[in-house]
Design a protein around this ligand. Sequence first.
Ligand SMILES: Cc1ncc(COP(=O)(O)O)c(C=O)c1O
Length: 448
Amino acid sequence: MPHSKANKLREQILDLTREYYKEQFAEKKPYEPGDRIAYGGRYFDEKEIVSLVDSSLDFWLTSGKYCAQFESGFAEYLGLSFCSLVNSGSSANLLAFMALTSPALGERRIKPGDEVITVACGFPTTIAPIMQYGAVPVFIDVTLPTYNLDVTQLEAALSPRTKAVMAAHTLGNPFDLRAVTAFCEKHSLWLIEDNCDALGSIYEMPEGLRLTGTIGDLGTSSFYPPHHMTMGEGGAVYTNSAQLRRLVESFRDWGRDCYCASGKDDTCRHRFDGQYGQLPSGYDHKYVYSHLGYNMKATEMQAAIGVEQLKKLPSFVEMRRNNWQYLRDQLDCLSGKFVLPEATEYSQPSWFGFLLTIREDAGFGREEIVRELEGKNIQTRMLFAGNLIYHPCFDPYRASGEGYRVIGELKNTDRVMNRTFWIGVYPGMDKTRLDRMAQVITDFVRER
Ligand SMILES: Cc1ncc(COP(=O)(O)O)c(C=O)c1O
Protein backbone atom coordinates (compact mmCIF):
# COMPACT_ATOMS: atom_id res chain seq x y z
CA MET A 1 0.00 0.00 0.00
CA PRO A 2 1.48 3.33 -1.03
CA HIS A 3 0.30 4.90 2.23
CA SER A 4 2.15 2.52 4.51
CA LYS A 5 5.19 2.80 2.26
CA ALA A 6 5.06 6.53 2.80
CA ASN A 7 4.89 5.99 6.57
CA LYS A 8 7.83 3.65 6.43
CA LEU A 9 9.85 6.10 4.40
CA ARG A 10 8.99 8.84 6.86
CA GLU A 11 10.27 6.71 9.75
CA GLN A 12 13.48 6.05 7.85
CA ILE A 13 13.95 9.73 7.15
CA LEU A 14 13.41 10.59 10.81
CA ASP A 15 15.83 7.86 11.92
CA LEU A 16 18.40 9.19 9.49
CA THR A 17 17.78 12.67 10.86
CA ARG A 18 18.61 11.44 14.36
CA GLU A 19 21.77 9.88 13.03
CA TYR A 20 22.62 13.08 11.19
CA TYR A 21 22.21 15.07 14.39
CA LYS A 22 24.65 12.77 16.17
CA GLU A 23 27.26 13.20 13.44
CA GLN A 24 26.82 16.89 12.90
CA PHE A 25 25.86 18.45 16.22
CA ALA A 26 25.89 16.07 19.18
CA GLU A 27 29.52 16.31 20.19
CA LYS A 28 29.93 19.25 22.57
CA LYS A 29 33.59 20.21 22.33
CA PRO A 30 35.13 21.36 25.61
CA TYR A 31 36.23 24.97 25.67
CA GLU A 32 39.76 25.60 24.44
CA PRO A 33 41.54 28.91 25.09
CA GLY A 34 40.74 31.30 22.26
CA ASP A 35 37.42 29.64 21.29
CA ARG A 36 34.61 32.05 20.60
CA ILE A 37 32.28 32.61 23.55
CA ALA A 38 28.97 33.73 22.05
CA TYR A 39 26.53 35.90 24.01
CA GLY A 40 23.65 33.64 22.98
CA GLY A 41 22.50 31.14 20.42
CA ARG A 42 20.19 28.26 19.66
CA TYR A 43 20.34 25.40 22.15
CA PHE A 44 18.81 22.18 20.88
CA ASP A 45 19.16 18.44 20.37
CA GLU A 46 17.85 15.95 17.83
CA LYS A 47 14.21 16.46 18.89
CA GLU A 48 13.93 19.90 17.31
CA ILE A 49 15.46 18.72 14.02
CA VAL A 50 13.25 15.61 13.89
CA SER A 51 10.17 17.73 14.54
CA LEU A 52 11.22 20.22 11.86
CA VAL A 53 11.75 17.47 9.28
CA ASP A 54 8.48 15.81 10.28
CA SER A 55 6.59 19.05 9.64
CA SER A 56 8.36 19.54 6.33
CA LEU A 57 7.22 16.06 5.23
CA ASP A 58 3.61 17.04 5.99
CA PHE A 59 4.30 19.94 3.62
CA TRP A 60 1.35 21.88 5.02
CA LEU A 61 3.72 24.88 5.20
CA THR A 62 1.44 27.61 6.53
CA SER A 63 -0.05 27.51 10.04
CA GLY A 64 -1.59 24.14 10.90
CA LYS A 65 -1.46 21.45 13.59
CA TYR A 66 1.98 22.38 14.95
CA CYS A 67 1.00 26.05 15.23
CA ALA A 68 -2.19 25.10 17.07
CA GLN A 69 -0.23 22.77 19.37
CA PHE A 70 2.32 25.46 20.11
CA GLU A 71 -0.29 28.14 20.76
CA SER A 72 -2.19 26.01 23.28
CA GLY A 73 1.01 24.72 24.93
CA PHE A 74 2.50 28.19 25.25
CA ALA A 75 -0.75 29.64 26.66
CA GLU A 76 -0.79 26.80 29.20
CA TYR A 77 2.84 27.47 30.18
CA LEU A 78 1.99 31.14 30.72
CA GLY A 79 -1.27 30.37 32.54
CA LEU A 80 -3.23 32.50 30.06
CA SER A 81 -6.25 31.80 27.88
CA PHE A 82 -4.87 32.89 24.50
CA CYS A 83 -1.62 32.89 22.55
CA SER A 84 -1.28 33.96 18.92
CA LEU A 85 1.83 32.73 17.16
CA VAL A 86 3.42 35.27 14.80
CA ASN A 87 6.52 35.57 12.65
CA SER A 88 8.77 37.65 14.98
CA GLY A 89 8.95 39.52 18.25
CA SER A 90 8.82 42.80 16.33
CA SER A 91 5.61 41.65 14.65
CA ALA A 92 4.28 40.66 18.07
CA ASN A 93 4.89 44.21 19.33
CA LEU A 94 3.32 45.72 16.22
CA LEU A 95 0.23 43.51 16.50
CA ALA A 96 -0.17 44.05 20.25
CA PHE A 97 -0.04 47.80 19.69
CA MET A 98 -2.27 47.84 16.59
CA ALA A 99 -4.90 45.73 18.34
CA LEU A 100 -5.32 48.66 20.73
CA THR A 101 -6.04 51.03 17.83
CA SER A 102 -9.11 49.05 16.73
CA PRO A 103 -12.41 50.96 16.55
CA ALA A 104 -13.90 47.91 18.28
CA LEU A 105 -12.44 49.31 21.53
CA GLY A 106 -14.53 52.51 21.34
CA GLU A 107 -13.30 55.40 23.49
CA ARG A 108 -10.32 53.41 24.83
CA ARG A 109 -8.82 52.88 21.39
CA ILE A 110 -5.47 54.54 20.72
CA LYS A 111 -5.82 57.24 18.06
CA PRO A 112 -3.07 59.05 16.14
CA GLY A 113 -1.70 61.80 18.41
CA ASP A 114 -2.46 59.81 21.58
CA GLU A 115 0.47 59.17 23.92
CA VAL A 116 2.17 55.99 25.10
CA ILE A 117 4.60 56.08 28.05
CA THR A 118 7.78 54.12 27.44
CA VAL A 119 11.60 54.31 27.57
CA ALA A 120 14.18 55.23 24.93
CA CYS A 121 16.65 52.76 26.44
CA GLY A 122 15.97 49.46 24.75
CA PHE A 123 15.05 47.75 21.52
CA PRO A 124 13.72 49.90 18.65
CA THR A 125 10.73 47.76 17.74
CA THR A 126 9.11 48.38 21.11
CA ILE A 127 8.79 52.00 19.96
CA ALA A 128 8.48 51.74 16.17
CA PRO A 129 4.81 50.65 16.08
CA ILE A 130 3.82 53.65 18.21
CA MET A 131 5.50 56.17 15.91
CA GLN A 132 4.63 54.45 12.63
CA TYR A 133 0.97 54.75 13.58
CA GLY A 134 1.30 58.43 14.45
CA ALA A 135 0.94 58.03 18.21
CA VAL A 136 3.49 59.75 20.45
CA PRO A 137 5.98 57.90 22.65
CA VAL A 138 6.64 59.72 25.91
CA PHE A 139 10.10 58.75 27.14
CA ILE A 140 10.86 58.51 30.83
CA ASP A 141 14.24 57.61 32.27
CA VAL A 142 15.46 54.25 33.57
CA THR A 143 17.00 53.47 36.94
CA LEU A 144 20.20 51.54 37.56
CA PRO A 145 21.05 48.82 38.59
CA THR A 146 17.73 47.38 37.35
CA TYR A 147 17.74 49.17 33.95
CA ASN A 148 13.97 49.58 33.89
CA LEU A 149 11.58 52.50 33.67
CA ASP A 150 11.73 54.95 36.53
CA VAL A 151 8.26 54.66 38.02
CA THR A 152 8.64 57.93 39.94
CA GLN A 153 8.32 59.72 36.57
CA LEU A 154 5.05 58.07 35.50
CA GLU A 155 2.75 60.77 36.87
CA ALA A 156 4.87 63.53 35.30
CA ALA A 157 4.56 61.78 31.94
CA LEU A 158 0.78 61.61 32.10
CA SER A 159 -1.32 63.91 29.89
CA PRO A 160 -4.97 63.94 28.83
CA ARG A 161 -3.87 62.02 25.72
CA THR A 162 -2.08 59.17 27.52
CA LYS A 163 -3.61 55.84 26.52
CA ALA A 164 -1.03 53.18 27.35
CA VAL A 165 2.27 52.10 28.84
CA MET A 166 4.36 49.87 26.56
CA ALA A 167 7.80 48.77 27.75
CA ALA A 168 10.17 45.82 27.89
CA HIS A 169 11.42 43.95 30.94
CA THR A 170 15.05 44.82 30.38
CA LEU A 171 17.25 41.80 29.65
CA GLY A 172 14.92 39.64 31.71
CA ASN A 173 14.71 41.92 34.73
CA PRO A 174 11.04 42.79 35.33
CA PHE A 175 10.05 46.42 35.64
CA ASP A 176 8.16 47.46 38.78
CA LEU A 177 4.91 45.77 37.84
CA ARG A 178 3.20 46.70 41.10
CA ALA A 179 3.72 50.41 40.48
CA VAL A 180 3.04 50.27 36.75
CA THR A 181 -0.19 48.26 37.02
CA ALA A 182 -1.44 50.53 39.84
CA PHE A 183 -0.72 53.57 37.63
CA CYS A 184 -2.45 51.98 34.63
CA GLU A 185 -5.49 51.00 36.67
CA LYS A 186 -5.74 54.47 38.25
CA HIS A 187 -5.76 56.19 34.86
CA SER A 188 -7.49 53.47 32.75
CA LEU A 189 -4.44 52.88 30.58
CA TRP A 190 -3.55 49.81 28.57
CA LEU A 191 -0.37 47.95 29.51
CA ILE A 192 1.67 46.07 26.91
CA GLU A 193 4.55 44.06 28.38
CA ASP A 194 7.30 43.52 25.83
CA ASN A 195 8.39 40.19 27.27
CA CYS A 196 10.75 39.38 24.39
CA ASP A 197 13.82 39.26 26.65
CA ALA A 198 12.15 37.99 29.82
CA LEU A 199 10.35 34.74 29.11
CA GLY A 200 10.17 32.75 32.34
CA SER A 201 10.74 35.72 34.68
CA ILE A 202 8.58 35.62 37.79
CA TYR A 203 7.09 38.59 39.60
CA GLU A 204 5.28 38.59 42.91
CA MET A 205 2.07 40.61 42.66
CA PRO A 206 0.14 41.18 45.92
CA GLU A 207 -2.21 38.34 44.86
CA GLY A 208 0.61 35.88 44.09
CA LEU A 209 3.46 34.86 41.80
CA ARG A 210 2.99 35.52 38.07
CA LEU A 211 5.08 35.14 34.95
CA THR A 212 6.01 38.42 33.29
CA GLY A 213 4.05 39.11 30.13
CA THR A 214 0.87 37.84 31.77
CA ILE A 215 0.13 40.81 34.04
CA GLY A 216 -0.61 43.55 31.51
CA ASP A 217 -3.36 43.49 28.89
CA LEU A 218 -1.04 41.98 26.29
CA GLY A 219 2.40 40.35 26.40
CA THR A 220 4.84 39.66 23.57
CA SER A 221 7.67 37.16 22.98
CA SER A 222 10.46 36.75 20.46
CA PHE A 223 11.80 33.39 19.34
CA TYR A 224 14.84 34.70 17.49
CA PRO A 225 17.82 32.36 18.22
CA PRO A 226 19.53 34.11 21.17
CA HIS A 227 16.22 34.37 23.05
CA HIS A 228 15.04 32.09 25.84
CA MET A 229 13.71 29.61 23.29
CA THR A 230 13.81 29.69 19.52
CA MET A 231 12.13 28.72 16.29
CA GLY A 232 14.56 30.66 14.09
CA GLU A 233 12.26 33.58 13.48
CA GLY A 234 9.04 33.78 15.46
CA GLY A 235 7.09 35.53 18.14
CA ALA A 236 3.86 35.44 20.09
CA VAL A 237 1.24 37.77 21.49
CA TYR A 238 -0.68 36.63 24.55
CA THR A 239 -3.63 37.82 26.59
CA ASN A 240 -6.54 36.73 28.76
CA SER A 241 -8.98 38.85 26.76
CA ALA A 242 -10.96 37.06 24.02
CA GLN A 243 -11.62 40.44 22.39
CA LEU A 244 -7.96 41.47 22.26
CA ARG A 245 -6.97 38.05 20.93
CA ARG A 246 -9.52 38.38 18.12
CA LEU A 247 -8.17 41.86 17.28
CA VAL A 248 -4.53 40.69 17.32
CA GLU A 249 -5.40 37.83 14.97
CA SER A 250 -7.42 40.06 12.68
CA PHE A 251 -4.40 42.36 12.24
CA ARG A 252 -2.11 39.32 11.93
CA ASP A 253 -4.31 37.65 9.28
CA TRP A 254 -4.68 40.41 6.64
CA GLY A 255 -7.15 42.45 8.73
CA ARG A 256 -9.93 39.96 8.14
CA ASP A 257 -13.14 39.78 10.13
CA CYS A 258 -13.38 36.01 9.61
CA TYR A 259 -11.59 33.83 12.14
CA CYS A 260 -11.51 30.47 10.38
CA ALA A 261 -8.23 28.53 10.78
CA SER A 262 -6.08 28.16 7.64
CA GLY A 263 -7.79 25.78 5.21
CA LYS A 264 -11.16 25.91 7.04
CA ASP A 265 -14.41 27.58 5.89
CA ASP A 266 -17.61 28.72 7.59
CA THR A 267 -16.55 28.26 11.25
CA CYS A 268 -19.11 30.91 12.26
CA ARG A 269 -21.86 29.26 10.14
CA HIS A 270 -22.87 32.67 8.85
CA ARG A 271 -20.46 32.85 5.95
CA PHE A 272 -23.05 34.18 3.50
CA ASP A 273 -25.67 35.89 5.66
CA GLY A 274 -23.99 38.88 7.31
CA GLN A 275 -24.12 42.61 6.59
CA TYR A 276 -20.73 44.36 6.84
CA GLY A 277 -19.85 48.00 6.17
CA GLN A 278 -21.52 49.02 2.95
CA LEU A 279 -20.94 45.69 1.24
CA PRO A 280 -23.78 43.89 -0.50
CA SER A 281 -25.76 41.83 1.98
CA GLY A 282 -24.43 38.29 2.38
CA TYR A 283 -20.94 39.13 1.09
CA ASP A 284 -18.58 36.18 1.79
CA HIS A 285 -17.40 36.69 5.40
CA LYS A 286 -14.05 35.12 4.49
CA TYR A 287 -13.25 38.27 2.51
CA VAL A 288 -14.60 40.92 4.86
CA TYR A 289 -11.90 43.19 6.35
CA SER A 290 -12.54 44.93 9.66
CA HIS A 291 -8.97 46.33 9.86
CA LEU A 292 -6.18 47.39 7.53
CA GLY A 293 -3.99 44.48 8.50
CA TYR A 294 -0.84 42.53 7.70
CA ASN A 295 0.16 38.94 7.14
CA MET A 296 2.34 38.00 10.11
CA LYS A 297 1.51 34.36 10.54
CA ALA A 298 4.17 31.80 11.39
CA THR A 299 4.73 28.57 9.50
CA GLU A 300 4.42 24.94 10.58
CA MET A 301 8.20 24.51 10.41
CA GLN A 302 8.73 27.28 12.96
CA ALA A 303 6.06 25.91 15.29
CA ALA A 304 7.41 22.37 14.98
CA ILE A 305 10.72 23.57 16.42
CA GLY A 306 8.87 25.62 19.03
CA VAL A 307 6.87 22.69 20.46
CA GLU A 308 10.10 20.87 21.30
CA GLN A 309 11.85 23.98 22.64
CA LEU A 310 8.87 24.74 24.86
CA LYS A 311 9.29 21.40 26.65
CA LYS A 312 12.83 22.44 27.57
CA LEU A 313 12.03 26.04 28.48
CA PRO A 314 11.92 25.53 32.29
CA SER A 315 15.42 23.97 32.19
CA PHE A 316 16.70 26.81 29.95
CA VAL A 317 15.39 29.36 32.44
CA GLU A 318 17.10 27.58 35.32
CA MET A 319 20.42 27.45 33.46
CA ARG A 320 20.20 31.16 32.67
CA ARG A 321 19.54 31.96 36.34
CA ASN A 322 22.45 29.79 37.49
CA ASN A 323 24.85 31.24 34.92
CA TRP A 324 23.88 34.80 35.85
CA GLN A 325 24.34 34.11 39.55
CA TYR A 326 27.72 32.48 38.93
CA LEU A 327 28.96 35.57 37.05
CA ARG A 328 27.44 37.84 39.67
CA ASP A 329 29.42 36.06 42.41
CA GLN A 330 32.64 36.02 40.37
CA LEU A 331 32.44 39.73 39.56
CA ASP A 332 31.20 40.95 42.93
CA CYS A 333 34.73 42.06 43.84
CA LEU A 334 34.63 44.58 40.96
CA SER A 335 31.71 46.62 42.29
CA GLY A 336 34.02 49.63 42.68
CA LYS A 337 34.55 49.69 38.91
CA PHE A 338 31.17 48.52 37.61
CA VAL A 339 27.55 49.02 38.53
CA LEU A 340 26.63 45.35 38.91
CA PRO A 341 23.11 44.25 37.95
CA GLU A 342 20.43 43.64 40.59
CA ALA A 343 17.07 41.88 40.31
CA THR A 344 14.06 44.14 40.71
CA GLU A 345 12.31 43.85 44.08
CA TYR A 346 9.68 41.04 44.14
CA SER A 347 11.19 39.38 41.06
CA GLN A 348 13.05 36.25 40.03
CA PRO A 349 14.39 37.22 36.60
CA SER A 350 14.94 34.80 33.75
CA TRP A 351 18.03 36.66 32.60
CA PHE A 352 18.77 37.37 28.94
CA GLY A 353 22.26 38.67 29.69
CA PHE A 354 24.66 40.08 32.29
CA LEU A 355 24.76 43.88 32.25
CA LEU A 356 27.79 45.92 33.31
CA THR A 357 27.97 49.70 33.53
CA ILE A 358 31.41 51.21 33.95
CA ARG A 359 31.54 53.66 36.82
CA GLU A 360 32.53 57.23 35.94
CA ASP A 361 35.70 57.01 38.07
CA ALA A 362 36.71 53.50 36.94
CA GLY A 363 39.76 54.77 35.05
CA PHE A 364 38.79 53.14 31.76
CA GLY A 365 36.04 53.51 29.19
CA ARG A 366 33.62 51.08 27.60
CA GLU A 367 35.41 50.98 24.27
CA GLU A 368 38.63 49.76 25.92
CA ILE A 369 37.03 46.87 27.77
CA VAL A 370 34.72 45.86 24.95
CA ARG A 371 37.69 45.77 22.55
CA GLU A 372 39.63 43.69 25.04
CA LEU A 373 36.79 41.17 25.38
CA GLU A 374 36.08 40.95 21.66
CA GLY A 375 39.85 40.68 21.02
CA LYS A 376 39.84 37.65 23.33
CA ASN A 377 36.90 36.23 21.38
CA ILE A 378 34.24 37.00 23.97
CA GLN A 379 31.13 38.37 22.32
CA THR A 380 29.67 41.56 23.81
CA ARG A 381 26.44 43.47 23.22
CA MET A 382 25.21 47.00 23.85
CA LEU A 383 21.90 47.45 25.64
CA PHE A 384 20.43 47.64 22.15
CA ALA A 385 19.78 51.24 21.11
CA GLY A 386 21.17 52.80 24.33
CA ASN A 387 19.17 55.96 23.78
CA LEU A 388 17.01 55.56 20.67
CA ILE A 389 16.56 59.33 20.33
CA TYR A 390 20.18 59.74 19.16
CA HIS A 391 19.86 57.23 16.31
CA PRO A 392 19.66 58.22 12.63
CA CYS A 393 16.03 57.01 12.52
CA PHE A 394 15.23 59.89 14.89
CA ASP A 395 16.96 62.58 12.79
CA PRO A 396 13.72 63.96 11.31
CA TYR A 397 11.94 63.88 14.67
CA ARG A 398 14.83 65.50 16.56
CA ALA A 399 15.09 68.18 13.89
CA SER A 400 11.41 69.09 14.11
CA GLY A 401 11.04 68.34 17.84
CA GLU A 402 7.79 66.59 16.95
CA GLY A 403 6.59 63.00 17.15
CA TYR A 404 7.82 62.26 20.68
CA ARG A 405 8.06 63.78 24.16
CA VAL A 406 10.79 63.50 26.80
CA ILE A 407 10.29 63.77 30.54
CA GLY A 408 13.32 65.27 32.32
CA GLU A 409 16.83 64.70 31.05
CA LEU A 410 17.09 60.90 30.57
CA LYS A 411 20.41 61.00 32.43
CA ASN A 412 20.54 57.25 33.10
CA THR A 413 19.45 56.46 29.56
CA ASP A 414 22.47 58.46 28.34
CA ARG A 415 24.65 56.74 30.91
CA VAL A 416 23.59 53.36 29.48
CA MET A 417 24.26 54.62 25.94
CA ASN A 418 27.79 55.66 26.96
CA ARG A 419 28.91 53.19 29.61
CA THR A 420 26.92 49.94 29.49
CA PHE A 421 27.48 46.59 27.76
CA TRP A 422 26.53 42.99 28.41
CA ILE A 423 27.78 39.45 28.07
CA GLY A 424 25.91 36.17 27.75
CA VAL A 425 24.36 33.75 30.23
CA TYR A 426 22.57 31.44 27.75
CA PRO A 427 22.35 27.67 28.30
CA GLY A 428 25.27 27.08 25.92
CA MET A 429 27.62 28.49 28.58
CA ASP A 430 29.44 26.19 30.96
CA LYS A 431 31.60 26.86 34.00
CA THR A 432 34.81 27.05 31.93
CA ARG A 433 33.35 29.71 29.65
CA LEU A 434 31.87 31.69 32.54
CA ASP A 435 35.22 31.50 34.37
CA ARG A 436 37.03 32.67 31.26
CA MET A 437 34.76 35.71 30.88
CA ALA A 438 35.13 36.60 34.55
CA GLN A 439 38.90 36.14 34.34
CA VAL A 440 39.34 38.37 31.28
CA ILE A 441 37.28 41.14 32.92
CA THR A 442 39.09 40.81 36.25
CA ASP A 443 42.55 40.79 34.61
CA PHE A 444 41.63 43.82 32.52
CA VAL A 445 40.62 45.79 35.62
CA ARG A 446 43.67 44.70 37.62
CA GLU A 447 46.03 45.73 34.83
CA ARG A 448 44.69 49.31 34.93
C1 LIG B 1 12.96 43.83 23.97
C2 LIG B 1 12.83 43.33 22.55
N1 LIG B 1 11.67 43.52 21.92
C3 LIG B 1 11.50 43.09 20.65
C4 LIG B 1 12.49 42.43 19.97
C5 LIG B 1 12.26 41.99 18.56
O1 LIG B 1 12.23 40.59 18.39
P1 LIG B 1 12.51 39.95 16.95
O2 LIG B 1 13.98 40.00 16.72
O3 LIG B 1 11.99 38.54 17.06
O4 LIG B 1 11.78 40.76 15.95
C6 LIG B 1 13.72 42.22 20.59
C7 LIG B 1 14.78 41.53 19.86
O5 LIG B 1 15.74 41.01 20.35
C8 LIG B 1 13.90 42.68 21.91
O6 LIG B 1 15.07 42.53 22.56
